[in-house]
Design a protein around this ligand. Sequence first.
Ligand code: 4AD
Ligand code: MG
Length: 433
Amino acid sequence: MNQAKDYVGQTVKIGAWVTNKRSSGKIAFLQLRDGKAYFQGIVVKADVNEETFELAKGLTQESSVFVTGVVQEDTRSKLGYELLVKDIELIGESHEYPITPKEHGTDFLMDHRHLWLRSTKQHAIMEIRNAIIYASYEFFDKNGFIKFDSPILSGNAAEDSTELFETDYFGEPAFLTQSGQLYLEAGAMAFGRVFDFGPVFRAEKSKTRRHLTEFWMMDAEYLYLTHDESLDLQEAYVKALIQGVLDRAPHALETLERDTELLKKYISEAFKRITYDEAIDLLQAHENDEDTDYEHLEHGDDFGSPHETWISNHFGVPTFVINYPTEIKAFYMKPVPGNESRVLCADLLAPEGYGEVIGGSERETDYDKLLDRIKSNGLNPDDYAFYLDLRKFGSVPHSGFGLGLERMVTFVAGTKHIREAIPFPRLLNRIYP
Ligand code: 4AD
Ligand code: MG
């Protein structure tokens, strides 16, 4: 039915589900969905045989049917079209569908995630997710990247060894990957510009609206760009993703009542860039303001989500915070020239409280310095022999970043909780369904 405009006045047969229904003695209004669109079917008693009208009146929520009818314009509906039904064939009856039009609690909906996905809001969020994935492949292709798939099972920690999910690999410990980055760096030395896109895992005990234990990451790795040029690339990428959703999923944004003027503003205005230390100064200067609600931070402390939210809201556009303290960032980042206590990295903070959507950095290229960092971080150099090798055989300056797909989806869709941004969320307290 999403192609309805090409079929106005024609008779079509569509496989659909009944989401709701209302009927009087002479007419029945069926709310239908066919997987692509939500639309109305009108059954006029005088127009159909008696059996069909009785069937229409008795249809239960989520029963599947073939409906045959004439497509006509309907300016009152979002889709703009409806179906004047002539015939109905029941395919599969539905009994006591648990998600009724009344309000349900989140736990109940999460327990029924396999069915909840059929609802208009969840459908719209998944369409936005799809549009972002599509735009991502398109962006990387246009910019000379090839897709280079990193493994999911790994013998080492890409980020922080405390967040690993461990499994048994034929008697040896193995871990579910936290990021494809280290392997992508090998790819960059072979292909120049590479990206990956796949599930990553973090055994984070964070129960927040921004954390999943399994999420999808787009990592990219590339050579020779300066730190600023690297941020230019990331900025162009995020703008291309937002534009991709505006182009490809406008109905979904409308269903979610997302403020598209704001999205357009994020595309047309330059993202803000400030250093970590400037951000701390700013937070300290505003910590006693009436409308602020975050804890005092010293230079060297990491941000919590209230700080991230405040910073990006302060600027009203996505904001890169650059050059964080070496101590609170991963072992592979290159120090700022002349200042070993800060690293050449950036987190991109989305406005409106959506938090960090990208983490990226320039990588350490020197063998000895990298080895020192691996050791001082309490990691075993043997586990990183392949990674160290990349610094032995023609090491070149390179940088990369990782974007959390579900963070990006919540931001563009304007949904408050990350659990709705992935078909089947894995959370601290949930691995079913
Ligand atoms: O900042 P992170 O940890 O960076 C890396 O993993 C780098 N290796 C990426 C790279 O340079 N190639 O994670 C990247 C992004 C974050 O900015 C955030 O958007 C998302 O992944 N993310 C999460 N999303 C959902 N749930 C979680 N628990 C997440 N942890 C990180
Ligand atoms: Mg990060």
